[in-house]
Design a protein around this ligand. Sequence first.
Ligand code: SME
Length: 165
Amino acid sequence: MFELSSTAGQTKDALYQDLASQARGLLAGEPDRIANAANFASLIYHSLPDLNWAGFYFFDGKELVVGPFQGKPACVRIAMGRGVCGTAAEQRTTQLVEDVHAFEGHIACDAASNSEIVVPLVNARGELLGVWDVDSPLVGRFDQVDREGMEALCRIFLESCQPSG
Ligand code: SME
């Protein structure tokens, strides 16, 4: 059984370093993308404070389709360029949104969400796998430390599902 380590009282930097080492341990030796995505979403959702949704949208070659997540049921399909997720996927850049209600085209899946961070998932071959999306009920929940921390965590996820051949 995997025990989540206690994260109470840590600085945000230390928290992300600890989460990175937990993620490496959790995904080690397992190449299955769905299995790793499910455990990755659970680890982060249960370790970081003030989140109401954390999960994946995978690119099916045409649009984004919801994958493993923690939180309330979400929109299933998001077109490229639409909402925060579709923007991150199309531009291949992390979207850090202080107030989702001020983001033109934001897709409200959970009315509790007020801020959001979305990291595009691009593998070593330059292929778009999808996006990693985290929502918070707090306005301005995510900052540059979260951006760097989430991007580092996403690299660990991407390394875990690299094709071997
Ligand atoms: N708010 C996202 C949609 C996905 S949910 O937050 C789970 C967006 O605008 O792309």
